[in-house]
Every structure is written in C-alpha cells, then in structure tokens.
Design a protein around this ligand. Structure first.
Ligand SMILES: *Cc1c(COP(=O)(O)O)cnc(C)c1O
Length: 392
C-alpha cells in the first residue's frame, strides 16, 4: 500500500513494456495485431486495450489513468482529450431522454452550457439548485432523477458543496453522483471517500500543471469506466499520445506543486485581506469564507484559486480599477485557465459575458470588480510585491 507521492511516480509502470525508465511516446494510430484471430477479437473489444487502435487506447493513456485512479481512490479511470470531453462523455454514460438531472447554479461555464442547453435539447430535464443548500438538492429530486452533478469549490465564486451529504443522498436514493474535482485536485479533496460515484477532471489544470496540454479524466468503478469507454469510442475525443506523455510527466510533481500552491495562496489571501483597495477576498482557506468550516472538514488543503473584488463607488469605478490592476501586475498574466506553475489572473465578467446573461452573472456573484486568481509556485515574496506595486 504505497503512499500518494510514491504512486505519482510508480503507479501503472507495468504499462511500459520497454526498458526505458521514462515511458516512450507511442506516436502511432495503429498496432500490429497477433496472428491468431481470438486474440485479435479480444484486442478489438476489451475496454481501453492499449495496443490496438488509438481511439481504443494507448499504453501511456493506460499508465496515466492508473495514476489518476489511484489518486482519486477509484477502481479505474479513463483519460480523454479535454476536461469537457470527460464531462460530456461521463454524463452521456449516465443519462438518456426522459431522465432528470440535478445540477448547481454555478458550474464551469461550458459544463453549464452542456447541461442547460444540450441535455435539454436531447430530452433530459435539468434542475439547477443553490449548492450551499443541502435541502435544495433533496427537494429537487424526482422519480426520474438519474444524476446529481456537483462542483466544489465552484467556479468562480468558490462556494462549497457538502460532499458527505451528497454522497449519502445519492446512495439512499439510488442516484449516480458525479463531481468536477478540477479546482481542488485530488491532493486537496478525495470525493470517493464521501461516497461520490464518479469524479471528472480537467487534467489541463492542476493534474497537468504546466499549461502545456489539454486533457480530461473520468474516475469511477470499473463497470462505469467500461461504459464511459464505450461512449468515448463513438464520441471520439481520445487523448493524443504526446499530451498523454506530458500529463504523465506533469503528474509526477503534482503533490509538490499543489502543496506549494496551497501555501502561497493562503499567504497571498491573508495579505490581500488587509489591503484597503480590496473590498473582498474569497478564499476557502480563510475563516472569513462563509463555508470555511465545511471546507476544513472535507478538504486537506485549500487550492490556488482565489477571488478578489476591488473597491469602487459603482460598477464603472470597479471596472476601471480591475483594469488598472490587470495592467499593473507583472507576474500575474491576464489569461484564462488555471492550475499551472505560473500565476494567472482573469476577469470573469468579461470572460463569461457571452455565455451568461446579466442576471446569471449577478446570481453567481460575478461583479465588474471581481478578479479570479490562480496562484502558481513563484516565490511568495515576489507575488506579494507584485500586488503591492500594482495597487499603489
Ligand atoms: C477548465 C475546466 C473545465 C474544462 O476543461 P477543458 O480541459 O478546458 O475542456 C471543466 N471544469 C473546470 C472546473 C475547469 O476549470
């Protein structure tokens, strides 16, 4: 029973059948088949068979999936080309026309569009609820509810969903529970320990960790992963050999990176909380977060995701100050995405102007002065100094 840091380096090594210490990149679409027809038939139909045709599987994909399953404490995992491929494939492995899904008001924007627009077009009913209200989830359940889909901490407001409650609710009612665990990463939060059935990731973020690839992961029982794999065969979003190799490389330092990021972010959040031009700091690691106690119970660390709201007399003044801050910061680049070694900052109100109506933005607390920060592993003194100069 090896510890997490050891699993990050060694799990799934047996998928590398060469003598090279670092797994090679299997840059091939197809593989020589065995001469006998019975083994060919097995290769053609066995889930994730690593050496048949790339859409079916690839040795590095199998190795990466083994590492991620170990981290998430699930039986199995499947890696795909993006986080959205993982989310849509996993959901389509659960629901069909006539079913009902309970979701949150706040989700990653493309996931929200998938559920709000796509699923409904295909005859699946969707009810969004306030994730901070346990009773709202229970009340939304109908006889045809097949899935409860959650995300915690959620994007961008860092609200927390009660994992123990949702895990139990799903088990009691026989409803599949699924979580987007991207923001927390499995270093900080392991939803399977609370009975959540399926865990999805944008591996583009913390798991990859270097902003140089896109990937997604689905974790669950072997039975569920086999089913998701069958969906992925026809949906077709296989993870490319090179991105898979980069993901395997990135995962090796996941624990080191996330622990440093947790530490940096808490220090930065504390420093920003004392600054007169910052009227609000939203960080689940601060006692000022309304759900800090719940976060402390279900998370081992509080991630690198932090939101601040700059002060301003009105929307326009806030917008101008947010703009000035973005321009003044030198280490925090204005870019979307998160979870990399470099610090990033983004303005959610403009990022989601197209996908959220003004009312939806207001409901999710996305004001003109809100900025979302993904803290990296630069030295904390330099990160604080950068904010100090940009705010002065
Ligand atoms: C980025 C992200 C996604 C989508 O992942 P892609 O790799 O961009 O497809 C889903 N959920 C969360 C929380 C994310 O941050």
């Amino acid at each position: 029973m090896s510890k997490l840091e050891t699993s990050l380096i060694h799990e799934g090594e047996h998928f590398n059948t060469t003598n090279s210490v670092v797994s090679p990149i299997y840059q091939t679409s197809t593989y020589f088949a065995d001469e006998d027809i019975a083994s060919f038939a097995h290769a053609a139909t066995a889930p994730k068979y690593p050496e048949f045709y790339h859409r079916h599987g690839n040795p590095t994909n199998s190795q990466v999936a083994a590492v991620i399953a170990k981290l998430e404490k699930t039986e199995d995992a499947l890696v795909l080309a993006t986080g959205m491929a993982a989310i849509s494939t996993a959901i389509l492995a659960v629901v069909q026309a006539g079913d009902h899904v309970v979701v949150q008001n706040a989700h990653y924007s493309a996931a929200l569009i998938f559920m709000r627009d796509f699923l409904q077009q295909y005859g699946v009913e969707v009810t969004p609820v306030d994730q901070t209200d346990n009773a709202a989830f229970e009340k939304a359940i109908r006889s045809n509810t097949k899935l409860i889909y959650i995300e915690t901490p959620s994007n961008p407001n860092l609200d927390i969903t009660d994992l123990e409650f949702i895990g139990k609710l799903g088990k009691e009612r026989g409803i599949t529970t699924m979580i987007d665990n991207t923001f927390a990463s499995p270093i900080n939060q392991v939803p399977a320990t609370y009975g959540i059935d399926v865990i999805v990731h944008s591996a583009t973020k913390y798991l990859g960790g270097h902003s140089d690839l896109t990937a997604g992961a689905i974790c669950g029982t072997k039975e569920f992963i086999d089913k998701a794999w069958r969906r992925s065969l026809v949906l077709g979003a296989s993870l490319s050999p090179f991105d898979s190799w980069l993901l395997l490389r990135g995962l090796k330092t996941l624990s080191l990176r996330v622990r440093q990021i947790n530490e940096n972010t808490l220090s930065l959040a504390q420093w920003l909380s004392g600054h007169p031009l910052i009227q609000k700091v939203i960080y689940v690691g601060l006692p000022s977060h309304p759900q800090h106690t719940l976060a402390k119970k279900q998370m081992q660390g509080f991630t690198g995701m932090l939101c601040i709201e700059v002060a301003g007399a009105d929307e326009q003044a806030q917008f101008a100050r947010a703009q000035a801050l973005l321009n003044g910061l030198k280490l925090f680049s204005n870019a979307v995405s998160l979870g990399g070694v470099e610090s990033l900052i983004a303005h959610p109100a403009s990022m989601w102007g197209a996908s959220h109506t003004a009312e939806q933005r207001k409901k999710s607390g996305i004001t003109a002065g809100l900025l979302r920060i993904s803290v990296g592993i630069e030295h904390i003194d330099d990160l604080i100094a950068d904010f100090e100069q940009a705010l002065s």
